[in-house]
Design a protein around this ligand. Sequence first.
Ligand code: SAM
Ligand code: SF4
Length: 342
Amino acid sequence: MISASDRGAVVRDPVLQDSFARQVEYLRISVTDRCDFRCVYCMAEDMQFLPRQQVLTLEEIETLARTFVSLGVKKIRLTGGEPLVRRGVVELCGRIAALPGLRELVMTTNGSQLTRYAKPLVDAGVKRLNISLDSLKADKFRQITRTGDLSQVLQGIDAARAAGFARIKLNAVVMKGRNDEEVLDLVDYAVEKGIDISFIEEMPLGAIAEHSRAEAFCSSAEVREMIATKYSLVESAESTHGPSRYWRIQGADDSRIGFISPHSHNFCATCNRVRLTAEGRLLLCLGNEHSADLKAVLRRHPGDEARLREAIEQAMQRKPWSHDFRVSDDVQVVRFMNMTGG
Ligand code: SAM
Ligand code: SF4
């Protein structure tokens, strides 16, 4: 975009670009690898978390966010692990939201702490929220999350609706024989609450023993067929330049249905995002290990943002063209989703 400066000269907005001329405008930051849940598709039951000194400090996260925005990033999502278990995250949101040039700060959360934090997050400048919800049955919810309390999350969703976010979206990972029979109930719930819902295909991130990912795999096409038995869906032109595709529901104008299909790689050509792990590794593609250690640059050259900018620009040249997930139980990417910043 071109804007006019005070003196009338034309100033171009900065653009961060990879070697395929794709513009990277979207950064997802995992603010912690820790979580109060242990979802069966995301973590092992006895997860080992990072020692604190290996995790970026809040100041380091702020510096990285500022540097990315100065290079052309327009949207930042804070995620984890569970972002709301990190002390000081609301203040961090306020500082990131105030960065000149940032269009939107958003967050993904499991909802367990929202009765406390929904309003402070809105006040800090978080525009939209994604809240994970895989089941509306308390016992099933507990089985999937291993530690989660459904009523606490449902209260959190209501607190978020009351707090004034521009938009709220539920995220549900669908697993055959687990929660696939709840797809219509989850859509009914989203429609009743006037919020969006996305259904996610499980991704092969990290080794888990709890279930067979191949056997549990439920494709977006199957989920869409289930929904079509009750609702008329109209494909929407909205896209995220990522694996999400959206549909509108006839007669329910306040809710959209999304399908996140990471196994399809049709979206790689327009990929506009990179991810920063809790330990400061910049991941250039969800399904590949290509990365750059930005924490090392930060800690070796404290205060040297020019050096950081250079490291980020160089890393962009290594962003791969595409990933290729297969439906199988082989470990295709060794890191878990809580590390990746989903
Ligand atoms: N703790 C927060 C939450 O659960 O919303 C944010 C982090 S979590 C890693 C982000 C999203 O990734 C959640 O919606 C979760 O369901 C999804 N997720 C985790 N592991 C996944 C996997 N193996 N495949 C697909 N989605 C996964
Ligand atoms: Fe925690 Fe989110 Fe992973 Fe569940 S999906 S274990 S809530 S980080």
